[in-house]
Design a protein around this ligand. Structure first.
Ligand SMILES: NC(=O)c1ccc[n+]([C@@H]2O[C@H](COP(=O)([O-])OP(=O)(O)OC[C@H]3O[C@@H](n4cnc5c(N)ncnc54)[C@H](O)[C@@H]3O)[C@@H](O)[C@H]2O)c1
Length: 415
């Protein structure tokens, strides 16, 4: 195989980010792939995505609204990418592998761990490649964090404090519904963070958590207030606007919708190497936003987006950008090319290239199914611990011995 023919399933937000990544690769001279088909339940989205790929790659991908039809008709297709909502990752991945296609799927690997297991079993049975698009770890900043910890700049890690607290009152479509998303921001964003912690710090052994729905109503219609955001930024130095935490005018909230995902979880994470983590997620905490994420070690601490803090009076402190620059300078030209090919730092481009290279038999992608499975197991362990009101061993959650939270979800997808 000289080129990987890719079919895209799901042409919404994240598909656009992958389009950006593949465009960078193509324009940088990496042309070992073609996008031959685009599929979305909404034809207009599939068609718009196909036109965008045509503008970049010169050939218009075929348009489908049914992935099964795409798998059947696109006989030259080698691989598919799954960029759909969570409840159907397993159906699409399994059908694709049964038809002899390699699969890369957006996080989380599956709707539940049982669904994810089925995908992994199918990969084993068919021998097809199964890659999880888990991109956060590929950013220069996260590579630098890993390097700083591994090179002992904060000593032995001791405490992780991960605060992800703010308020979101606007309606985020399927992400507010359990039967499609399988959980709120604890799994949606948490799957990324859990991957980072396991990469940077080590295995998580035990999880003790509580979960709440403080505020089950979200609003379809709202008005965002840019001035309010600016004022907040000045007033609250920690305020960092993100897609999930934008400010809206409270007087302009209309069209309420019932959301049934949790909006708050609080968890203690015990790592196998003795590190103790505290992870709090809330989207129902008005006022002050807290996004402080800090790993404390025996000789200093590392604060995400701030930098390394040495013990008072000692050398070794550095700012965030300074740390990233020092890390980049530490790389050999070969390492730099492997981690940031053609100088590209876009994480979608990097992970997509890893997948394509692996299909072509050049090396192996970094985030395999087991890594993706473990990443989603930590947020699921938070939900399970909250459901059974007890600490849970991660191993029991990985082994599907505890499924109090996931059982009803499995039933909604027929597992
Ligand atoms: N890596 C990241 O940083 C990141 C960021 C955002 C989203 N994601 C992940 O990407 C996936 C999609 O999220 P999104 O934000 O793009 O959502 P989205 O709602 O913008 O897009 C999802 C698309 O999938 C389509 N779809 C759903 N079921 C389908 C089916 N059976 N066949 C064909 N199309 C189908 C929908 O019509 C929609 O167009 C999720 O798994 C999400 O967790 C990852």
């Amino acid at each position: 195989m000289e080129k990987v023919n890719i079919g895209i399933v799901g042409c919404g937000g994240i598909a656009g980010a992958h389009l950006r990544g593949l465009t960078q690769l193509y324009e940088g001279g990496y042309r070992d792939f073609a996008v031959t088909a685009c599929c979305d339940l909404e034809e207009a989205r599939a068609s718009a995505m196909a036109e965008k790929y045509e503008a970049v790659l010169g050939i218009k991908p075929a348009v489908y609204t049914d992935y099964r039809e795409m798998l059947e008709k696109e006989t030259s297709m080698d691989a598919i990418t799954i960029y759909t909502t969570h409840e159907n990752h397993h159906d699409i991945a399994i059908a694709a592998m049964e038809s002899g296609r390699h699969v890369t799927t957006e996080k989380p690997l599956g709707f539940t761990l049982r669904a994810a297991r089925q995908i992994m079993d199918k990969a084993e049975e068919t021998g097809m490649l199964l890659h999880v698009a888990e991109n956060y770890r590929m950013a220069p900043a996260e590579r630098a964090v890993n390097w700083a910890i591994a090179s002992g700049r904060i000593g032995e890690p001791r405490l992780l404090n991960w605060m992800d607290i703010g308020e979101r009152r606007w309606y985020w479509q399927w992400r507010d519904h359990l039967r499609i998303a399988s959980g709120g921001w604890t799994i949606d964003g948490g799957v990324h963070f859990s991957d980072l912690w396991q990469l940077h710090i080590g295995e998580i052994q035990r999880v003790t958590a509580v979960s709440k729905v403080f505020d089950p109503v979200r609003y379809i219609s709202y008005k965002s207030v840019e001035e309010f955001e600016e004022a907040q930024k000045k007033e609250l130095p920690r305020y960092r606007p993100t897609r999930s935490l934008k400010h809206i005018d409270p007087n302009e909230l209309k069209e309420p919708v019932d959301a049934d995902v949790e909006d708050t979880t609080s968890a203690i994470l015990e790592f196998s190497n003795g590190v103790i983590g505290t992870w709090v997620v809330s989207r129902s905490a008005p006022g002050r936003v807290d996004r402080s994420c800090v790993l404390y070690g025996s000789d200093g601490s590392l604060a995400w987006n701030e930098g390394i803090f040495a013990r008072e009076g000692q050398a070794g402190s550095m700012g965030w950008q300074e740390m990233i620059d020092a890390y980049m300078e530490s790389l050999t030209p070969d390492e730099r090319e492997r981690l940031f090919p053609m100088g590209i730092t876009d994480t979608m481009a990097i992970e997509d290239k890893q997948f394509i290279d692996t299909v072509l038999g050049r090396g192996r992608f970094e985030v395999d199914a087991w890594t993706g499975y473990k990443a989603m197991a930590v947020p699921m362990a938070v939900y399970e611990s909250a459901a059974v009101r007890q600490p849970v061993l991660l191993q029991d959650v990985l082994d599907l011995k505890i499924e109090a939270y996931q059982k009803p979800l499995n039933e909604t997808i027929g597992l």
